[in-house]
Design a protein around this ligand. Structure first.
Ligand code: GDP
Ligand code: MN
Length: 431
């Protein structure tokens, strides 16, 4: 837990975390005496006497990384193979498709897609599936975002695919582009080092822009202010499940802030200092007060499946929610904790000196500042973005292999779902 906040006492209990390494990584960031600088998080402080901090001991997870990966995969697979239906923690009958979608009283929500003209056909494919499986029944509006003007052809194509409202938004240069204060020499060195490490897209400035935009900018666009919820959609994804309830109203009805389908490891070289910078942020002023006492800390710091990752990331597991599918309450991102966190991260310039993805940034923000019980695994929604799947075992799902995590069936050790399910979902059985 408190790798983030560093209580020696708690670290002692979480023996599997390498205390020395974490404090070392904090020292590297200029703190002479790491122990002195680290604070207890809010919530944890209050319960210090009884140490009533929510986490599960990991004593049952002895073994080599391969064995741990196997145990974790089986944990996920056992859950994944169970026959499931719709969520049970909300009255789904209340949020069934309306008789007339045109006059439906929708949640304040939009499907959001950042996309390029040349991805028209790939996005068409995603949209056709999503319309068929969900949106033709509810008609949630689409918002397409681009830093380039959308072509007439693109606009007409998108309009032709849905009866829902469709909006095209131009992202202003000052929002999209690399900030002027990025040190180009440092950037060049950073990119070379990323290339040496084989980090994908690292020499594409546009990809860095995209990651920064999705991390901390899209929800501030004036055109999205009227919405509270959004669902992200990407080109070339598949939806395998016929969805017969309003997923946005499910989120608002349960008060959940975030929904995902896949959780996995990231390239540690792309986020070398994201976690140490995060710790630095938490140690500034009263920022540690933003920590949620029921954060998903175990998910964030798990080290046994890939011990080598910790050595590169200074204590971050790299476990993250795969953000190409995400349904979220933008008020979480707009809130003080996440806003200040993003501003801090942005001030380091490392969206360009490194290749921080929006997925680890969102996931760390959520794991630290949100109640983990408000983060929802949409186990029932079949989804594919190359090369990973979420493939539920229910009658509404067709076209994928239940129990399989990826297209090639050989990326099992990239799966973080076992850790998520075991440590972060609480006692409540959602399905
Ligand atoms: P990957 O999933 O990490 O391989 O990255 P993608 O290439 O799928 O990019 C993520 C999302 O951002 C997709 O929806 C892309 O269409 C979009 N995207 C990426 N780069 C750009 C860009 O330079 N401009 C625009 N408008 N969209 C982009
Ligand atoms: Mn993609």
């Amino acid at each position: 837990i408190v790798v983030l906040a560093g209580s020696a006492l708690l670290l002692h209990r979480l023996e599997y975390i390498d205390h020395e390494m974490v404090t070392d990584s904090i020292r590297q960031f200029g703190y002479k005496n790491a122990e002195d600088k680290i604070k207890m998080p809010a919530g944890v402080r209050n319960t210090q006497d009884g140490l009533k901090i929510e986490y599960v001991e990991v004593a049952d997870r002895q073994g080599t990384p391969q064995e741990i990966a196997h145990i974790n995969f089986q944990r996920w697979k056992n859950v994944q193979q169970k026959k499931i239906h719709e969520p049970k923690d909300f009255n789904i009958e209340k949020i069934r498709p309306p008789a007339d979608p045109a006059t439906y009283d929708r949640e304040l929500a939009s499907i959001v897609s950042l996309v390029r003209n040349r991805e028209m056909h790939a996005l068409e494919s995603s949209m056709r599936e999503f319309e068929e499986k969900f949106n033709s029944k509810f008609l949630y509006p689409y918002t397409f975002l681009n830093e380039q003007p959308f072509s007439q052809k693109f606009k007409e194509k998108m309009r032709s695919l849905t009866k829902a409202e469709v909006n095209f938004v131009h992202i202003p240069n000052e929002v999209w582009r690399k900030p002027f204060d990025i040190d180009t020499l440092k950037e060049k060195e950073g990119i070379q080092s990323l290339l040496d490490d084989g980090v994908g897209y690292s020499d594409m400035e546009s990809y860095h822009n995209m990651c920064r935009f999705y991390s901390g900018a899209f929800y501030k666009l004036p055109e999205l202010q009227k919405y509270r919820y959004y669902m992200r959609m990407e080109p070339d994804v598949k939806f395998f499940t016929d969805i017969n309830y309003d997923i946005f109203k499910y989120l608002s009805g349960t008060g959940k802030v975030y929904g995902f389908t896949v959780a996995l490891y990231d390239s540690p070289q792309s986020v070398r200092t994201l976690f140490p910078e995060t710790i630095k942020f938490l140690n500034e002023g009263n920022n540690s007060e933003y920590l949620h006492p029921r954060g998903a800390f175990q998910f964030t710091t798990e080290s046994r499946q890939h011990p080598e990752i910790h050595k590169i990331t200074g204590g971050y597991s790299t476990c993250h929610f795969w953000s190409n599918f995400e349904i979220a309450d933008m008020d979480f991102f707009r809130g003080e904790a996440y806003s200040k966190y993003f501003e801090y991260l942005d001030s380091t310039g490392k969206f360009y000196y490194e290749r921080w993805g929006d997925a680890p940034v969102h996931s760390l923000g959520l794991s630290l500042f949100a109640d983990k019980l408000k983060i929802h695994w949409f186990q029932d929604i079949g989804y594919f973005h190359f090369p990973y799947y979420n493939c539920p075992n229910n009658e509404q799902t067709k076209g994928c292999n239940n129990g399989q995590f990826d297209e090639f069936n050989d990326l099992a050790n990239q799966n973080c779902m076992g850790t998520w399910l075991h440590f972060e979902t609480g006692v409540k059985d959602v399905y």
